[in-house]
Design a protein. Structure first.
Length: 668
């Protein structure tokens, strides 16, 4: 059977495949053949990764306590991406002969040999970003020109390279009594990166972020005048004693946050052995209002844009802490909070320094060290518990915010389930039973009146224009969505009927283009209860359908409170002030019979049409939202204080304004 199988093989071609076909790439040739294996490609991101590799080496010297100043200089280079020079005042790359490579200095070995460096054993660096020994050698391999200067033991040495090859031996330049450290100057190879250029703004941001990550270093930035701009100065000096907290404060700016104080701090990790240095974690977290969120994760000053185990540790600490605080204040639903509820919309910065970190790839986009999650969670959790409990108002404000995120998540989940179910049963979809729909269609014509009670609904149905006006009666006071849980909102029949009648979805799924009516008119009694119901409805639209409000679809009807009659003359007054005005003008000097409407249901259809529903004689108040960010934040703050979960804010509002209430209105 095996012989039959071999009989069916195709005849061998004339091409030979023997030992001579096997290539052995030596030195840095593998890097030039396959740069994507080492820096992720040859695009703009990979080009700037070269800068990060060299800067990371300088930062490792600073974090290890051997340097306190770094200089970064960007110059133009004809036909190339530019020339970048990075100088530190650290120990300097060793220049003595390497014992394994006779005749070669340690500097040349490091620059021309993959997997060479001083970070494998951990003796030279307790924590470092470069661990694979390919960083600066890869930069050298992919540069058309590289010059290294080293000042050690009051002597200055230099060596030049091109495309990974030494252009001569290490040279002793002369005495350098007042200098120490390493200077790396390189020009990326146009054969690899084409006509791409270094982006000054991108490098400037990288340099500044490194200064935030380690408070003990000063970084000086310089660039050629032709490369400077309003965004990128020709010279700048960065040193931030506050670390990540300073960085976050600059990033948040003047935006309003859930808590006025950021959750920021730092904590040392215990060392595995008494004679080894400790690790460290630093964090800064803010929750700005109306933010999509921004997250920055670092390990040993290396950005890890995809997060990793240190991110998981922070998420766990924040989630467990807020759940425990919710249990402390009696919020039972807090146990259902997830990490997404806590971090969504937050702006978070986290930096860890650990020994021998493990990354997902050479570009270090994700940290995979298992112990990082435990170390970060244990370090952050206690600080977060104190942050919440030391100021109960601050803790409650943050709890309310993340509970709102949870409600939103559950609501989206429920809506997705409804969509999935109704997608296959679209023909069975029915409008609410209490809705009396209009028959006409047309831009700017159709209206939905949300009416208080079945009695008023009956009058409104008779008073309406059947072609353009629809009526939806609601029963009493609608649910206060600002303080209700997602479960209660979903279970409320009045809200379900309203959402179904409007047809445009809620929250992030709200699409005003699908709105079934051009105007939504809240029509309630002209008394205190009616005002309360109108307030609850406005809260519903602000929270669940803000874009509908922003586009100007929401209105308040202005039904009269009084009917004034003198002889054959009649008029309607919206409130006491309007009544006094009519008595002083229209009915001046005449005896007026004043009738007070207890509700819309007391009006006959003709009166309701004439005063409140006819487009010829009615008056409406349009409800809108401010277009600017500050205005929207002020509205949200007002809604949260007066309609939110914390009754203390409402109590204070009533106390502060009790003197403004007319006693006669209370008696009425």
């Amino acid at each position: 059977m095996a012989d039959d199988l071999f009989d069916k093989l195709p005849a061998a071609s004339g091409d030979s495949y023997d030992g001579s076909a096997i290539e052995v790439l030596e030195g840095l040739e593998p890097v030039r053949r396959r740069p994507g294996m080492y820096i992720g490609g040859t695009d703009e991101r990979a080009l700037h990764h070269l800068a990060a590799e060299v800067l990371d080496n300088a930062m490792d010297e600073a974090v290890a306590g051997h340097a306190n100043r770094i200089e970064v200089t960007l110059e133009e280079a004809p036909g190339a991406a530019g020339r970048l020079t990075i100088v530190d005042n650290g120990r300097g790359i060793p220049v003595d002969e390497h014992p394994k490579y006779p005749g070669k200095s340690a500097l040349e070995v490091i620059l021309t040999t993959l997997h060479s460096g001083g970070k494998f054993s951990g003796k030279a660096y307790a924590t470092s970003g470069g661990l694979h020994g390919v960083g600066v050698s890869v930069v050298n391999a992919l540069s058309s020109h590289t010059r290294i200067e080293v000042a050690r033991n009051k002597e200055l040495y230099a060596q030049e390279f091109s495309r990974g090859l030494a252009q001569g031996p290490l040279q002793r330049v002369g005495a350098a009594p007042n200098r120490r450290g390493t200077s790396v100057s390189f020009v990326p190879d146009a054969e690899i990166f084409g006509d791409q250029k270094f982006k000054p703004a991108r490098l400037f941001k990288l340099v500044r972020s490194k200064a935030y990550l380690f408070a003990g270093v000063e970084i000086r930035w310089k660039c050629a005048p032709a490369l400077a701009s309003d965004e990128v100065p020709a010279e700048a000096v960065f040193q931030f004693p506050g670390g990540l907290a300073d960085h976050l404060r600059e990033q948040v700016g003047t935006r309003e946050c859930v808590t006025t104080q950021f959750f920021a701090g730092s904590q040392d990790f215990p060392a595995p052995n008494p004679d080894e240095p400790q690790g460290r974690v630093e964090w800064a977290v803010a929750w700005p209002l109306y933010s999509d969120g921004a997250y920055s994760w670092y390990c040993n000053t290396i950005p890890t844009p995809d997060g990793g185990t240190h991110e998981q540790g922070l998420r766990a600490a924040l989630t467990k802490g807020i759940r425990a605080f919710g249990d402390l204040v009696g919020q039972k639903k807090a146990k259902d909070l997830t990490p997404e509820d806590v971090v969504t919309g937050g702006e978070i910065m986290l930096s860890v320094f650990i020994r021998d970190p493990q990354f997902q790839s050479q570009t270090k986009d994700r940290l995979t060290s298992p112990e990082a999650a435990r170390l970060v969670e244990n370090a952050v959790r206690d600080h977060f518990d104190h942050f919440l409990a030391d100021n109960m108002d601050r803790g409650k404000a943050l709890l309310a915010y993340v509970m709102e995120r949870m409600d939103e998540r559950l609501r989206r989940k429920a809506e997705r389930e409804v969509k999935r179910k109704t997608a296959t049963n679209a023909r069975k979809l029915r409008l609410p039973g209490k809705l009396t729909d209009c028959s006409g269609e047309g831009s700017g014509e159709t209206e939905l009146f949300i009416v208080e009670g079945d009695s008023a609904g009956g009058s409104a149905k008779q008073a309406r224009d059947r072609k353009t006006q629809a009526i939806l009666p609601i029963r009493g006071k609608i649910l206060n969505v600002a303080s209700a849980t997602a479960d209660k909102i979903r279970a409320n029949q009045e809200i379900a009927d309203l959402q179904l009648a409007l047809g445009c979805g809620t929250r992030k799924d709200c699409n005003p283009d699908n709105l079934r009516y051009d105007r939504i008119i809240i029509m309630t009694d002209a008394d205190v209860d009616g005002a309360h119901i109108a307030t609850l409805l406005m809260t519903f639209f602000f929270q669940e359908m803000p874009e509908v409000v922003r586009r100007g679809h929401l209105y308040l009807a202005q039904p009269p409170l009084y009917r004034l009659t003198a002889g054959s003359t009649s008029a309607y007054a919206r409130d006491d002030a309007h009544r006094a005005e009519l008595e002083a003008t229209t009915f001046k000097g005449r005896k007026v019979d004043v009738g007070r409407f207890k509700g819309l249901g007391e009006m006959n259809p003709q009166q309701l049409r004439e005063t409140t529903m006819s487009t010829q004689s009615r008056s409406l108040i349009r409800i809108t939202l401010p277009p600017e960010y500050e205005g929207r934040a002020a509205v949200k703050d007002l809604v949260d204080r007066l309609m939110g979960r914390n009754p203390e804010h409402r109590f204070m509002f009533i106390q502060n304004r009790a003197g403004e209430i007319d006693p006669e209105l209370i008696d009425a």
